[in-house]
Design a protein around this ligand. Structure first.
Ligand code: ZN
Length: 369
């Protein structure tokens, strides 16, 4: 029997996507001076440096590295209306444009976004076909904020939802669980599956970070989807322990109740302690823990079938260490890489009183589920 390895779905083209000129995430113009070389926070470098670190550490060599073709139009139409796709394609050949709030792109952006979605879809396919044990898709642009008819928050196509819809159609799945630990609310994925019981959506996010008006605990789904959406808004500054508590009190029990056939992770690294877009104070061991706990749940519930799709993460220096730790946990291969920021990050975690408060809030929410 051949060894079933971790698939790593990657395409250099995804790193060639670019948006309009920004300083951090402020569009240039008016009082916003054009930036220096660093510029737009949604840059390719956080992802490129993750892949580079994996190459240098020897981790890439342990993985089954694959690319994927652009997602087919018939599969895009499972989530997005034809008018949205036509407008995106048209702007893309004309040199670029905007598909919504903070959702700009340059020439060829439509095809790059289709590759990004294709990586996610093929990662799921490879796992469900048993070609690989589990998989990571280094998708870019990201997808979890994208709604069917509008892009937002750097997301141009709904990568995760598109990949899940194709998997449901091809493999006749009836229970897929999504865990979104990007620091921002997974509002797009939530909206797309809000009225359906066949996809359980769970989002852990910094309360009111982005979007500021979604991600509330009371939003539990609608109609036959009632009860199949779980939002876990976390207090800013919660750090490592708030993620451990959220997993133990809410996420893992929810997975056990739902008994998914497949677990899909919308994986941002923007909850890190040095991320410029959030205030959650997680570190590389938080991401290792999240992945290990999810992998253990997948082993117990769904033959280890877990697919991780890259979302946000804006510290070019630190995302590589968080991503590397997570992919080590996913693949079960530990390398010699150490996190230069770990010791100070652990020392800076919040005190016991804060952690008690956060845990009490989570316990209260868990009682209502
Ligand atoms: Zn994010």
């Amino acid at each position: 029997m051949t060894e079933r390895r971790t698939g790593f779905f990657f395409d250099e083209k995804c790193l060639w996507h670019f948006g309009k000129p920004h300083a951090l995430f402020f569009p240039v113009g008016g009082w916003v001076q054009p930036p220096n070389a660093a510029g737009y926070c949604e840059s390719p470098d956080s992802k490129r440096r993750l892949k580079s670190l994996m190459d240098v550490s020897g981790l890439t060599a342990q993985l089954d590295v694959r690319s994927a073709p652009m997602l087919a139009r018939e599969d895009l139409l499972r989530v997005h209306p034809a008018a949205y796709l036509d407008r995106f394609a048209d702007l893309s050949v004309k040199g670029g444009g905007d598909m919504g709030f903070e959702a700009s792109f340059g020439p060829g952006g439509y095809d790059i976004a289709r590759i990004s979605a294709g990586l996610a879809a093929d990662a799921i396919d490879a796992v469900l076909r048993g070609e690989v044990h589990n998989a990571y898709a280094l998708s870019r642009p990201p997808g979890h904020h994208c709604l069917p008819d509008t892009g937002m928050g750097f997301c141009l196509l709904a990568n995760g939802a598109l990949a899940i819809e194709r998997a449901i159609a091809r493999h006749k799945l009836s229970r897929v669980a999504v865990i979104d630990w990007d620091v921002h609310h997974g509002n797009g994925t939530e909206a797309i599956f809000y009225e359906r019981p066949d996809v359980l959506t769970i989002s852990l996010h910094q309360e009111k970070c982005f979007p500021t008006d979604t991600g509330r605990t009371g939003d539990r789904g609608r109609g036959s989807g009632e009860g199949y959406n779980i939002n876990v808004p976390l207090l800013p500054g919660g750090g490592h322990q708030s993620y451990v508590d959220a997993m133990e009190l809410i996420v893992l029990p929810a997975l056990e109740r739902y008994r998914p056939e497949l677990i899909v992770v919308a994986c941002g690294f923007d909850a890190s302690i040095v991320d410029p877009l959030s205030r959650m104070m997680a570190h590389s061991e938080t991401f290792r823990y999240l992945m290990q706990a999810t992998r253990d749940a997948a082993d117990q519930l769904c033959k280890g079938r877990v697919v991780v799709i890259h979302e946000g993460g804006y510290s070019e220096a630190y995302v590589p260490f968080c991503g590397h730790a997570l992919i080590e946990a996913l693949s079960g291969h530990r390398t010699a890489v150490t996190d230069p920021n770990l010791e100070i990050s652990i020392e800076q975690q919040p005190g016991a009183e804060f952690q008690k408060l956060q845990r009490r809030i989570l316990e209260e929410q868990a009682r209502d589920l």
